[in-house]
Design a protein around this ligand. Structure first.
Ligand SMILES: [Zn+2]
Length: 557
């Protein structure tokens, strides 16, 4: 079957739609056939996407990608949805007693419940506004010391040991963003109105309730996320304050200003775990790290290399960033990234490696819709590899001080990351549960949250930049509420890391057992299979923060 030959594809979808189902066994076969068709279609677009990421300058490749997105995808989507409805409506579904089918049913039921014909044009409006926001941000360029730079390129000067250089770069960036703040605020107001309407149309009290269902959050509530934020304020924020005090001492400053937070406090040059020319060594050493955790993980990682499923080096014509994608038909993982010889690259490959282990572990599941776990657990698979891998960075660094520095950066990043997640989540919860709030009220709430969770920096003379600093968080525009997942996953990854400090073998065995479940369990079940608890209270968070604190105290500075 050729996935871009529409008449051929349509026949297969229609045949599934029209097939009579008169027993549970027939329904199971039907689901397997639906799964097979979906896997073929999905692998096709994944491969086109990989091609496009590796060759952004190839017009033919872009054309093939866009052909699917513009011509095939809009036609398959409604048929796919009809098939989901057929499954849910079948009187034989009750006969499918394996509890994984209950997971499938609740996922698909949520999609059916939310669907409203009248929301389609509103979604189109949303997409247009997001595209406009992206265009505004994408056009932000500055001239820094005679050079035309994007704000991303400018960001590296925030790490410059020279304080006036950092200040100049920071102010330039803040001013450039501020130039568009009225337009961005206006876009947000329009998005807010549309989203409230979408929720009302779907019969829900507010957009928070809509997003909860849309993100299939069956296993936790908005109130639990607010309690998580309280736990972060209690157990995490004091550590942030302590790190800031240390930074102030190291830099010899009386106050920290916004441009003092990214520079290495000891003015050392960036870590260089490998050079850009040695991607081979990069892969070998990463494999060695996995091998220290478990020989099986090393072997699995090696299959990616053998199967040519790694594209790691940074070169012209490659898209930015990194990702892992699962090829559903061949049941193989693929990793894409732009390695430039930075410590961040080591973290990225360990992270994406974790996603690849997940893909391999769950590949035996016949129903493709149940192979993938929810994000909250997928990111446990990947983030825990960053943490466990950080105990073996001597593989990359001959000098133990460098390995310690890399590990310190990771752990400090976690301490500072959680309060930001709490800020963004709490802000959105407030926004979408306060209909009719004014712009001024929104700003007051934003500042209240920053004061509660952020570093105590000296913002004097820069207040207007702080008031609008949420404009740069694209999740608020692109995917409301999608963010807390990373906080929840970090809790899981930290628990696995603490367990591995006591017994690596056992921690990895439980990790792999949970990965094998794919998407066939609830979040509490997946966490429990990994030997960790699904709980966001201070009771769980505090011991984890204590463990990080102890580890940081042990590491040389
Ligand atoms: Zn990830």
């Amino acid at each position: 079957m050729n996935p871009v030959d529409w008449p051929q594809v349509e026949v297969l979808y229609r045949a599934l739609l029209d097939r009579p189902i008169s027993s549970t066994a027939q329904l199971e076969t039907w689901l397997a056939d639906f799964s097979e068709l979906a896997a073929v279609m999905d692998e096709y677009i994944c491969r086109r996407y990989i091609d496009k990421s590796c060759h952004t300058d190839d017009a033919e490749i872009r054309k093939r990608f866009l052909y699917y997105i513009e011509e095939i995808d809009p036609k398959t989507k409604p048929l796919h949805f009809e098939l989901q409805k057929k499954f849910l409506a079948s009187p034989h579904a009750a006969g499918l007693t394996d509890k994984k089918y209950a997971i499938l049913r609740r996922m698909w039921q949520a999609e059916v419940d939310l669907f409203r014909e009248e929301n389609i044009p509103l979604e189109t409006e949303v997409t247009k506004l997001i595209t406009e926001y992206d265009a505004i941000c994408g056009e932000m360029m500055v001239t820094f010391r005679g050079q035309e730079l994007t704000l991303q390129q400018l960001a590296k000067y925030l790490e410059d040991p020279d304080r006036p250089t950092r200040q100049e770069a920071w102010e330039l960036s803040a001013k450039r963003r501020y130039q568009d703040h009225e337009r961005i605020e206006e876009i947000f107001v329009q998005l807010l109105k549309l989203r409230e309407q979408i929720a009302t149309n779907a019969g829900l009290p507010n957009y928070r309730a809509y997003a909860w269902k849309e993100h299939k959050r069956f296993d936790y509530t908005p109130e639990q996320c607010l309690a998580f934020a309280d736990a972060i304020a209690a157990a995490c924020v004091p550590l942030v304050d302590e790190l800031d005090r240390q930074r102030k001492r190291d830099l010899g400053l009386t106050t920290l200003r916004p441009w003092d937070t990214s520079v290495d406090p000891q003015n050392r040059p960036a870590l260089a775990p490998f050079t850009q020319e040695e991607t081979g060594a990069f892969v070998e050493k990463t494999k060695a790290i996995f091998g220290r955790m478990s020989p099986t993980l090393a072997d699995e990682f090696d299959t990616l290399r053998q199967r040519n499923n790694l594209d790691l080096d940074s070169r012209k014509g490659k898209q930015a960033g990194g990702y892992q994608c699962s090829l559903d038909e061949s049941r193989e993982p693929f990793i894409f990234m732009n390695a430039a010889g930075l410590q961040a690259d080591v973290e990225t490959l360990l992270h994406e490696g974790g996603h690849a282990f997940h893909c391999l572990a769950a590949r035996e599941e016949e129903v493709v819709f149940l192979r993938g776990a929810p994000t909250e657990f997928c990111e446990v698979a990947s983030m825990s590899m960053e943490l466990l891998g950080a105990d073996h960075l001597d593989v990359f660094y001959a000098d133990p001080a460098d390995a310690a520095r890399a590990k310190r950066m990771l752990l400090e990043g976690i301490i500072k990351g959680l309060p930001w997640i709490a800020t963004i989540d709490s802000f959105q919860q407030w926004i979408y549960t306060h209909p009719g709030h004014t712009r001024a009220e929104r700003q007051v709430e934003w500042l209240r949250l920053l004061n509660r969770f952020s570093s105590k920096l000296d913002w004097s003379g820069l207040e207007q930049y702080r008031e609008t600093s949420w404009h740069k968080q694209l999740h608020l525009f692109h995917a409301p509420f999608y963010y807390i997942e990373y906080g929840i996953a970090q809790l899981g990854a930290l628990q696995l890391w603490v367990k591995s400090l006591q017994d690596t073998h056992r921690a990895i065995a439980q990790y792999r057992a949970a990965l094998r479940l794919g998407g066939t369990g609830t979040l509490p079940e997946l966490f429990s299979a990994a030997g960790i608890v699904f709980d966001f209270s201070e009771k769980t968070l505090r011991p984890l923060m204590d463990a990080i604190g102890e580890e940081l105290a042990r590491l040389p500075r």
